[in-house]
Design a protein around this ligand. Structure first.
Ligand SMILES: Cc1ncc(COP(=O)(O)O)c(C=O)c1O
Length: 474
């Protein structure tokens, strides 16, 4: 038997003992000498195997005491690895699964760890209502005509101001107002691709975008994506070379569900690569305001010189989900997007646009965002701690630098769809991994939402889900 085989076998056996709960968090690992006697491997091989388990965050070395099963994952080593989907185009069929899971989120008595929305308690509702009342009092009688696409001029001016503050060159006339970012993405897809075309997407990706692509009869090619710095440019280049890709949909800032943040250089390279093949980039940037770092991350749009980036934004995640106000800065595709907007819903409702313009001018948006980010950062720490403590050993979790989604990889034997059913029976929703892939991959992953105020009930819910996951393991 070769030393390589012995090494793999030791890693597999010890990892299996931990994943099945035979060795529990805090337990001492078999000593190097015991393992040598059982395996017949050299001490060097055994040390190498233990080092691998330590690197992957499953065990830890304690000075003069030996190795122990970690009670919580090592932050550095506990991230899921970059996904590795094959470079082939696929028809999309996710609708039924998504609607089954979303149905559960609607009930207010369910703890919504599976929801894509933050708690409504985070938003400045009273101030927004005041702004809406003021806007309603002053709404011009001609607003229904004036607000036809591209939409409310004052709101577009205020959004352009925010682009300017972030160093992005987008004028009010470059913007089309929409009913949320979802409509912005739909219009963008329609403007740049047709049924049968192939859309390159991150894997995993936001399920509603998959639903849109499915509804439009387009195909997708899933691209490997790192939980830390986003879409893998080498894999994207391969897809562009191998397939006739009509467009690419990417979330460079706080990707849903990974929370990944692309560094600026990578965004620049992404935009340049797509420009070389004249491929439009639909940039879904709904979480940009919810950053935990020092400054708001730039959009890929800021590197766009060819007008190929359609930048989709929204107030739904950062300020006013119920207003359903979003927008798209579609670059060279603006005339087409504007026409499609008119065809699909004529225009975006006037009053919510006027209300948001009123709030942005006088309501203290920046102050609200500062508090919101701080609360989310605290909630992330509490959620990370709870998952690390209560989920089975060997789970890996992302380290989002913004947004409110945590992506958890569980041991392979845990079926996330089954876990979702069991959690629902306990009054808790989770978002199972297969929602985020056309091939229903990520069968042992879940996305958890930490964007809810009531940390205590959230932590209790995480504990319950963690114990259910432990039961599935056994
Ligand atoms: C990544 C992403 N894009 C777009 C949307 C939709 O945004 P809106 O509510 O503005 O339509 C969501 C909502 O969950 C999202 O998570």
């Amino acid at each position: 038997m070769s030393e390589t085989y012995r090494y793999e076998s030791i890693v597999r056996t010890l990892r299996g003992l931990i994943e099945r709960g035979v060795l529990r968090p805090g337990d001492r690992m078999p000593s190097l000498r015991d393992t040598r006697e059982k395996s017949g491997a050299s001490i060097g091989t055994i040390m190498h195997a233990y080092a691998r388990l330590e690197d992957s965050g499953v065990i830890e070395a304690r000075p003069r005491s030996g190795y122990y099963v970690r009670s919580r994952p090592l932050r550095r080593a506990a991230e899921p690895v970059t996904s590795s989907p094959p470079t082939v185009s696929t028809d999309v069929d996710v609708a039924n699964l998504v609607f089954d899971v979303l149905e559960a989120i609607k009930h207010p008595e369910i703890v919504p760890l599976g929801s894509a929305f933050p708690s409504p308690e985070h938003f400045p509702t009273e101030k927004l209502n005041k702004a809406a009342a003021e806007a309603a009092r002053r709404l011009p009688v001609w607003s229904s005509v004036r607000d036809l696409p591209p939409g409310n001029a004052e709101l577009r001016r205020l959004i352009a101001l925010r682009y300017a503050e972030a160093g992005v060159d987008v004028a009010p006339d470059d913007i089309v107002m929409t009913c949320g970012a979802m409509e912005a993405i739909n219009l963008s897809l329609n403007a740049v691709a047709k049924p049968g075309d192939i859309i390159a997407i991150e894997s995993p990706t936001f399920y509603s975008t998959l639903l849109s692509i499915e509804r439009m009869g387009m195909k997708v090619v899933e691209i490997a994506t790192s939980p830390r710095d986003g879409i893998d440019l080498g894999s994207l280049r391969n897809a562009l070379n191998a397939l006739d890709v009509a467009a690419c949909v990417v979330m460079p800032n706080f990707q849903n569900p990974l929370g990944a943040l692309m560094p600026d250089e990578k965004k620049r390279e992404l935009v340049a690569m797509l420009a070389r093949t004249n491929t439009p980039l639909i940039e879904d940037d709904v979480y940009a305001e919810l950053y935990f770092g020092k400054a708001k991350p730039k959009p890929a749009k800021s590197f766009d010189r060819a007008g190929l980036v359609l930048h989709c934004g929204s107030f739904a995640k950062s300020l006013a989900p119920g207003s359903r106000i979003g927008w798209v800065a579609p670059g060279r595709f603006k005339p087409e997007v504007e026409r499609l907007k008119f065809i699909s819903t004529i225009s975006t409702p006037s009053l919510p646009q006027a209300a948001l313009a009123e709030y942005l001018k006088h309501g203290g948006y920046e102050r609200h965002l500062r508090g919101f980010r701080q609360r989310l950062r605290g909630a992330l720490a509490a959620m990370t701690e709870a998952v690390a403590t209560h989920f089975p050993a060997g789970c890996r979790l992302t380290q989002p630098q913004g947004g409110y989604m945590l992506w958890v990889e569980m041991p392979e034997s845990i079926d996330a769809l089954r876990l979702h059913q069991l959690a629902l029976a306990e009054g808790i929703s989770i978002a199972p991994g297969p929602l985020f892939s056309v091939k229903r991959k990520y069968g042992n992953f879940v996305r958890l939402n930490y964007g809810h105020f009531n940390v205590k009930s959230t932590v209790n819910a995480v504990r319950t889900v963690g114990h259910l996951a432990g039961d599935l393991l056994r």
